[in-house]
Design a protein around this ligand. Structure first.
Ligand SMILES: NC(=O)c1ccc[n+]([C@@H]2O[C@H](COP(=O)([O-])OP(=O)(O)OC[C@H]3O[C@@H](n4cnc5c(N)ncnc54)[C@H](OP(=O)(O)O)[C@@H]3O)[C@@H](O)[C@H]2O)c1
Length: 303
């Protein structure tokens, strides 16, 4: 691709329908649409706008409380199911046993109105009630995830917020390795060791909070880079993520932002930009420590 005589050689991704390939051969669209903190009515509109704008990858979770609205938006969009990539996540309070996982998964499918998902993730490695026995909990949960995968009900399975210690422990019992690790990933928190570990072990790095839940949008360095390219700061952040080989999951409930956040395929960051952005590492919010996370929320069972 050329623009203004400059070759955009940094990545081979040129549209929302371009994909990464997971270790099992499943293709996953390079930008996912985030829905955390989107109330059901907002999530419904946002997902419809996102699909109309060309996104083909939607990221939700049982704990977001919007699976039903996301599912309705998917159906009402008219986009054929096979063109979509839908991720949901298993929440902490739903995973005491192997059977609890299967039941939680079925509840997510029912809420979404789907008969399979493209990616099912364990949302969190150390639920508050399991800070002392997360090793056993994760092994048992993963056994159920593998069963769901082998049934063809999830085309891929993975984890989220896992650190190296969780992944090393899981590797002792897993038969099918996780294909994705979805983590807090942006220029303030580039997590070089963990992303290198994930890549070396066949996991795609999905970047949640690519805009730092909005925190990075006011950063002076980033706004200066944005001005230079005549782009928005959000676009710089989504592009940065792609140029690292990550899969960003930008979220918005505003139609104009939703469209603009995916308009990132007509420019490239240069070495000077990358150096300036690289110097932001360590600023602001970082990945939460799973062993200190105490948030609990019950998700009502459907049966
Ligand atoms: N696995 C996990 O534990 C986990 C944790 C967090 C997030 N995630 C996933 O990652 C997704 C993204 O992360 P995130 O929700 O933390 O946030 P984010 O995408 O980093 O930032 C979203 C925030 O930025 C605002 N925004 C978006 N585009 C904008 C633009 N062009 N101009 C100005 N403001 C803009 C949004 O406001 P408006 O919505 O008002 O437009 C919202 O406040 C989530 O939605 C979720 O799917 C996963």
């Amino acid at each position: 691709m050329q623009k203004g005589g400059i070759a955009l050689a940094t990545i081979d991704k040129h549209s929302l329908t371009d994909t990464y390939t997971l270790t099992n051969g499943v293709k996953i669209p390079v930008i996912g649409f985030g829905t955390w903190q989107s109330k059901p009515e907002d999530a419904y509109n946002a997902v419809k706008w996102a699909l109309a704008a060309g996104y083909r990858h939607i990221d939700t979770a049982a704990v977001y409380g919007n699976e039903e609205a996301v599912g309705r938006a998917i159906i009402d969009s008219g986009v054929p199911r096979k063109e979509l990539f839908v991720t949901t996540k298993l929440w902490n309070e739903q995973r005491g046993s192997y059977d609890a996982v299967l039941s939680a998964f079925q509840d997510s499918l029912t809420r979404l109105g789907l008969d399979y998902v493209d990616l099912y993730l364990i949302h969190w490695p150390e639920p508050a009630a399991h800070h002392n026995d997360w090793q056993h909990l994760n092994a048992e949960t993963w056994r159920a995830m593998e069963h769901i995968y082998h049934l063809g009900k999830a085309r891929a399975i993975g984890v989220s917020n896992y650190m190296e210690r969780h992944l090393n422990e899981l590797a002792k019992t897993q038969k099918t390795p996780p294909m994705v690790n979805q983590i807090f990933l942006n220029p303030y928190a580039p997590q070089p060791e963990l992303t290198a570990y994930n890549s070396a072990h066949g996991m795609l790095n999905e970047a949640y909070s690519p805009l730092g839940t909005g925190e990075l949008l006011k950063d002076e360095t980033l706004t200066a880079v944005a001005k230079k390219h005549n782009k928005s700061t959000a676009q710089i952040l989504v592009r940065w993520s792609l140029e690292q080989g990550f899969l960003p999951l930008p979220k918005s409930i505003h139609e104009d932002y939703i469209k603009a956040n995916a308009d990132v395929f007509d420019f490239a960051l240069d070495d000077d930009d990358m150096q300036k952005i690289g110097a932001l590492a360590g600023k602001g919010r970082q990945q939460d420590d799973p062993s200190k996370f105490t948030f609990q929320k019950q998700i009502p069972a459907l049966h």
